[in-house]
Design a protein around this ligand. Structure first.
Ligand code: FAD
Length: 398
């Protein structure tokens, strides 16, 4: 096995795998190390439905991942936002912004499989799997990483380490980078639902004091996400399918007609984990390792993908771990990261605040956003992934 690489990516989740695709043909020796067994998908390739922004769809298409999806993304042609108890609501039409769709919805498991299919075709990439990182050292010349590989331990060297190893990143702690953590005390319950009215390209977000409810169009059914207070989650998860359909109907309302069937449920406790900094000596954090945010704004993977695209775009020259390049990366990610974090956290807190002045402000705000396209435009372009320095692949340019 080669033990010296230019770039070692830790974690073949959605973000690490996307980065490996984006580095193809750049002339670097790249390794991608993933802890999970090859025959079982990485933990993030599960049943969650991902709303991908227009920018992400552009990039995944340019990276030749989209054509490998089992089912094409379900377009989001309009977004309907409302809140229980507030009088305003907003309906945003992609056509009014000169687009056919704001983005599309895919199943994380299928996106993961499409990325794996693409990775298998890449030349010049070593996939080390299962390989769990158990130790690392960095200095001005390079990074030394200990990998547990089945029954043996390997040590490999790289000039740049990219930690894409998720929320509880081993690499982040080993680099001595602390986190800011906030527990939203919310659990998201997700499942597929069949409704009386067939999905028509509308994505719904409905907020309430108990948490958000979203329905994302997925072909003939919806992917539902329902936020519940964490202490109430065991009760909600124990409901029969019929009772859960009734519960979801009460939380969401009747905009999609009667909820006829619900699929298997999964639960995700929601904690925000932000790295104090996103770089160290010869190392960069990206994706959930850099920032794990509330899924309410559907931004986590979209943001992580832009981390990956930005790095791929900035890399040039012989030394990918050069201090100057790392500083440029941190600077290039600043605006998009800060604004996306503020958007997601603001949405999570604002929409769950039950005070009367907040009701009024929100109602007026929702009405205004729904009726004055100029007001919504920056919000919409941000949510579509066009914030700050937009990577060329996300703009649809190879
Ligand atoms: C319910 C829900 C809905 C969501 N909806 C959306 C959405 O609509 N749109 C959106 O953009 N985002 C959404 N997200 C967020 C999105 O899923 C995540 O941001 C994204 O999957 C993070 O990918 P990642 O590759 O950074 O991390 P991960 O998926 O956590 O991948 C990390 C990888 O590193 C590996 N690893 C960990 N430790 C080690 C180690 N020591 N050695 C080697 N490998 C290791 C793991 O096995 C894993 O494969 C949602 C999240 C949730 C929970």
């Amino acid at each position: 096995m080669n033990t010296r690489y230019d770039i070692l990516i830790l974690g073949a989740g959605l973000v690490g795998s996307s980065l490996a695709c984006a580095l193809e043909g750049r002339g670097y020796r790249v390794a991608l190390a993933e802890a999970s067994e090859p025959r079982s998908p990485p933990p993030g390739f599960d049943e969650r439905k991902l709303a991908l922004s227009a920018a992400s769809l552009n990039a995944l298409s340019a990276l030749e991942v989209l054509p490998r999806l089992f089912s094409a993304p379900s377009p989001i042609q309009r977004i309907h936002v409302s809140r229980v108890g507030d009088f305003g609501s907003a309906r945003l039409e992609a056509r009014e912004y000169g687009r056919e769709a704001f983005g599309g919805v895919v199943l994380a498991r299928e996106l993961g499989a499409a990325l794996e299919a693409r990775l298998a075709e890449l030349r010049g990439l070593d996939i080390l799997r299962p390989a769990s990182v158990t130790g690392l050292r960095t200095d001005a010349d390079g990074v030394s990483v200990q990998l547990r590989r089945e029954a043996r331990d390997d040590e490999i060297q790289a000039r740049l380490l990219v930690a894409a190893d998720g929320t509880r990143s081993f690499a982040r702690s080993a680099l001595g980078i602390g986190v800011f953590e906030h527990d939203y005390r919310q659990t998201l319950v997700i499942c597929s639902v069949a409704t009386e009215r067939r999905p028509d390209g509308t994505a719904y977000e409905r907020f309430s004091d108990q948490g958000p409810v979203a329905l994302l169009p997925m072909g003939a059914y919806y992917g539902s996400i329902c936020g519940v207070a964490s202490e109430d989650a065991p009760r909600v998860l124990a409901l029969s399918d019929v009772d859960y359909a009734g519960y979801l109907q009460t939380r969401f309302g009747w905009r999609a007609g009667r909820i006829q069937r619900v699929g298997e449920r999964s639960a995700y406790p929601i904690v925000r984990v932000l790295a104090e900094r996103i770089s160290g000596t010869r190392s960069i954090l990206m994706g959930n390792a850099a920032q794990t945010i509330h899924p309410i704004g559907a931004q986590g993977f979209n943001l992580g993908l832009r981390d990956a695209l930005t790095l791929a775009e900035l890399l040039d020259g012989d030394d990918p771990g050069d201090l100057e390049l790392i500083s440029r990366y941190v600077e290039a990610r600043r605006e998009d990261r800060e604004r996306t974090l503020a958007f997601s956290d603001g949405l999570a807190r604002l929409t769950s605040n039950p005070s009367l002045p907040m009701h009024m402000l929100r109602s007026l705000g929702l009405m205004a956003v729904g009726n004055v396209p100029g007001l919504a435009a920056p919000l919409v372009s941000g949510a579509m992934g066009f914030r700050g320095e937009v990577p060329a692949l996300a703009r649809g340019k190879a």
